[in-house]
Design a protein around this ligand. Structure first.
Ligand SMILES: [Mg+2]
Length: 98
């Protein structure tokens, strides 16, 4: 395994960790926590994993493995797209409120 492969594996792992924490929050609530970590809510855990993910993305950028993603225009376009489909879902009755 080379450095690129190692960092891509880290990217996969961190994406999975974000997914796991988001799934826990959906099952038990954002303010719930694991029995052994009463001060760390599921919302905190999601935020922490997002930081881990952002760190790996930054390392991939710094190594020139992926192009820099921090485009404000790209972020705005993604947010607009998510809002568009939220409205669509609300109109379909699959999203409770906006
Ligand atoms: Mg992590």
């Amino acid at each position: 395994m080379n450095k690129t492969e190692h960092l891509l594996t880290c990217l996969i792992e961190e994406c999975a960790e974000v997914q796991k924490e988001a799934a826990k929050a959906l099952r038990f609530g954002l303010s719930d926590h694991a029995p052994d970590t009463p001060k760390v809510t599921n919302a905190d855990a999601i935020a922490a994993e997002c930081v881990d993910l952002a760190a790996i993305i930054e390392m991939l950028e710094e190594e020139g493995i992926i192009p820099a993603l921090k485009s404000p225009e790209g972020m705005r376009l993604k947010k607009d797209k998510v809002m568009k489909y939220m409205k669509y879902a609300a109109n379909r009755g699959s999203l409770e409120t906006l």
